[in-house]
Design a protein around this ligand. Sequence first.
Ligand SMILES: [Zn+2]
Length: 87
Amino acid sequence: MTCPRCACNTIETITTSPDPGVWEVLQCPRCLYMWRTTEPERRTQRHAYPVQFQMTAEDIANAIEVPTIPPLLSAATNGSRSAAERT
Ligand SMILES: [Zn+2]
């Protein structure tokens, strides 16, 4: 079993169908991609996974840090009401 997104060969089974043997939900521990075995090949097979979304171990290691969420603007500076004020 190979991860469709990053080609990792270690895949974990997250859950299985209540009716045994119908489907499994799998997850890649490296890129966290998760899929159900009954999804189409473009979601479950590396060779059919869209090239623009494929990743390598290098891509993951070199991924830029996810930017932090900036502080909320106050109502006085942005001219709009906050969520708390609208309710
Ligand atoms: Zn992966």
